[in-house]
Write a protein that binds this ligand. Sequence first.
Ligand SMILES: [Ca+2]
Length: 378
Amino acid sequence: MKARTSLIPLSIVCIAATSTVTPLLADTTWISTSSTTFSTAGNWNNGLPSTGPQLGIFADSATIQHTLDVAGTARVAIGFRFDAFAGGGGFIFNSSSSPGPGIILRAGGTANGIINNDDNTQTFNVPIKLTSNLGSQGAGAAMVFNAVTANSHMIFNGVNQSSAPWTINLNGATNLTFTGSGNITVGSSGGGAIVNTNTGANGGLIKSGSGRLTLGGTLANTFIGGNVINQGTVTAAKVNALGSGNALKMTGGTFETGGLDQTLGTLDLAGNATIDLGNGVSNLKFSNSSLFDWTTFTLTFLNYTAGSDTIQFGTDNTGLTQDQLNQIIFGDLGNATAQIDANGFLTPSAVPEPSTIALGVLGGLGVLVGARRKLNRK
Ligand SMILES: [Ca+2]
């Protein structure tokens, strides 16, 4: 009986909590074949995405109006979804009041951000600001931009009109995840700034999925927060593309510096990963990362050119441990491991002679055999 009486107040609490949640409306689909005006309710089959608000769906076809004018008022939706249609074209979001406030996307719903299922590129020439499901700034604004198929590309080139113009405003979200097999580009032209105007909260970017995320544009990414690369490629198309001083964790994938200077915080390695210094002179700098346990994973550097590129961990020879240095290989320099100098700069170690490698392998086999014998005795 004691348990049952305690359940009653709890259920009342639950009802009270759910009653404050915005009621879910059906989704609404863009149906205009001629008008470009986003804010005309008749251009949607179930009212504006801001009604409710609700999920905005864009169904590609041969006749649908592919260019939209968001104009001078921020447009709200609980996510956008682009449906698959063979052929057709991608949608382009412009603003006749440019730069304008763009789109305020709410987290949650079935999209939880933007899903592109189509075989066309979706282009946002308007800025995007993330908010929670109820329209607030803060951690709950975390969401996902998903370029589902290998052709489901997305481009973000908008610039906000405020004094801190952005292409994407994290707005306090714990993170923004880019995923899918398609390529996502922020700032192929224009500012391309990823910012966080909710300065009380720090959030970074997460890269999952096999596609490429390109971070470019003419304005700095000023958000503060740790970034994670799990899969695919992150390509820097500007200096400090991951935000100056932000920590990076790699569980896989590739970070391409774009041949440009990149200053980051610490580097944590939780999977085999690659950093490609590309063409051009790249000064890559991490802070002292010796406190991270990279366990047995391998960090591969590609396109390191001695005498022009630099790789630095910290400011002295303690920037990485000897174990970490042994887990680094210079992939196009005979898989040499790394050494660190008194100022924290890495260079390839001398590649061992083949006979030494053979001895090392034999020695390793001896250890394995010894270990097997020990196990067998148990
Ligand atoms: Ca299509």
